[in-house]
Design a protein around this ligand. Structure first.
Ligand code: FAD
Ligand code: PYC
Length: 416
């Protein structure tokens, strides 16, 4: 108790935090590891944590070219849900949603997971048909999902405009009550601290510049901090996945696109659920700080710059104001973008590659944050056992040659 007392807080403050113990170490890389993970986003750190905790492998390095969470994990809009259409996708996202439930306790770090509900609006008859099909499919998979009419939406979100004269009339919505938000940077810090405590080396400012392959097997990675030997390498680099595959000598069916989001000035609590619309390619929620947090679908062109075009923000803001005229005088504070990796069926690629000992986890597109714990769990299993977990088996790279695609464009949340 004394360690956390007010006196200690003041003492550390006045000493400029000199003797304040670090949340995780800042190690230099060792010459070799049992497993090297490239990418210190949520998925990479979760993989490291579950490798150590569930698979008993602790001689691991997570290599991050910048700072942990500086990629998409620290740039996303924090929405978690599991209401996907197809069985394969529903299972992996539901597994993940169940992990969110007690993840704060598991990591002993407050992730601020808030099951505030996620509404997906329908604006046309066809939208409502698609939504009701997905609600039924969710229920068959044991996933909570409800179909609301416009009056029920209005009751839940009094600030929304459901007038039939509006630009995007609201005919109804699907609702997943267990969906909501969780604080993204806390997820990064929580997994990093827990992995570090289990012996994982989390190494920042360490860019991987080459993947070494000999006789079809991975042997290690070249980095800006030297060569690191490892017979198992996991790549979890979201927007840079194709670049990494090229280093190993094969191609991925992945495109990298900008995805933008923005927040307003803080205002009084007015919106206590997440509202999304696939049709208008926009969504909005209100953070615990009071900011309105909103985003769009991907910018249509490909690229690696973490920035997007103004016209996409303008279109999404106009659509949101059609739904919420009440927000028309709220000022925007900040806008940013990440680089997301999109696959042809809007589903991830998680598993083995043509190179022995090299594993890829990518293609989560606009929607991988919600999968962070589940993805880490199954990827750790895949790397440790050199074969996929039953939940990521359908998300192999081979599906693009066998034709077993899982088309989740409709449930992706925003266009990708
Ligand atoms: P990242 O967090 O991007 O981590 C990859 C890391 O790899 C980066 O830190 C990068 O620096 C590092 N890296 C890359 N190349 C190298 C290299 N050569 N060497 C070393 N390190 C390297 N998903 C949802 O579920 N809900 C949402 O509400 C949501 N909103 C989003 C909003 C925006 C604006 C964006 C951009 C994304 C959103 N997403 C959302 C998607 C989600 O953020 C991603 O799918 C998810 O965070 C991917 O996690 P990751 O750990 O795989 O990738
Ligand atoms: O996957 O739910 C989602 C999402 C919302 C905004 C971006 N991604």
């Amino acid at each position: 108790m004394g360690k956390y007392s007010l006196f200690n807080l003041i003492r550390h403050g006045l000493s400029y935090h000199r003797d304040w113990s670090k949340t995780w170490r800042n190690p230099e890389p060792q010459p070799s590891y049992d497993v090297v993970l490239i990418g210190g986003g949520g998925h990479g750190l979760a993989t490291a944590y579950y490798l150590a905790k569930e698979q008993g492998i602790t001689n691991i390095a997570v290599l991050e070219k910048g700072w942990i969470g500086g990629g998409n994990t620290g740039r996303n809009t924090e929405i978690v849900r599991s209401n996907y259409l197809w069985d394969e996708a529903a299972r992996i996202y539901e597994f993940s949603l169940n992990l969110w439930n007690d993840l704060s306790q598991q990591l002993n770090f407050n992730l601020m997971y808030s099951a505030k509900g996620v509404l997906s609006l329908g604006h046309t008859l066809q939208d409502m048909r698609d939504i009701s099909r997905r609600v039924n499919a969710n229920r068959l998979n044991g996933i909570d999902s409800e179909l609301l009419n416009a009056d029920q939406v209005k009751k839940m979100v009094p600030s929304i405009n459901v007038s039939l004269d509006s630009r995007y009339p609201v005919l109804g919505a699907s609702l997943q009550r267990r969906g909501g938000t969780a604080r993204h940077d806390a997820v990064v810090w929580g997994f990093a601290r827990a992995a570090d405590a289990l012996g994982v080396d989390v190494i920042q400012d360490c860019k991987v510049t080459g993947i070494k392959v000999q006789k079809g097997k991975v042997t290690g990675v070249d980095t800006t901090k030297g060569f690191i030997k490892s017979a198992k390498v996991g790549v979890i680099t979201a927007g840079n996945s194709s670049v990494m595959a090229k280093m190993a000598g094969f191609r991925l069916p992945i495109e990298s696109h900008p995805l933008q989001a923005w927040v307003s000035e803080p205002i009084k609590p007015v919106l206590d659920t997440v509202v999304m619309s696939n049709t208008v390619h926009a969504y909005i929620s209100q953070t615990a700080r009071g900011e309105l947090l909103a985003g769009a679908g991907i910018d249509p062109y490909t690229g690696y710059a973490q920035r997007g075009s103004f016209s996409v923000v303008e279109g999404a803001v106009a659509a949101i104001l059609g739904l919420f005229p009440i927000f028309s005088r709220v000022r925007l504070n900040r806008q940013w973008a990440g680089t997301v990796d999109t696959s042809p069926d809007a589903c991830p690629i998680v598993g083995l590659t043509p190179i022995q000992g090299l594993y890829f986890n990518c293609g989560w597109g606009t929607g991988g944050y919600k999968a962070t714990p589940g993805s880490g769990w199954v990827f750790a299993h895949t790397i440790a056992n050199d074969k996929p977990h039953r939940l990521n088996q359908p998300f192999s790279l081979e599906r693009f040659t066998t034709g077993h695609l899982i088309d989740e464009h409709g449930a992706a949340g925003v266009a990708h």
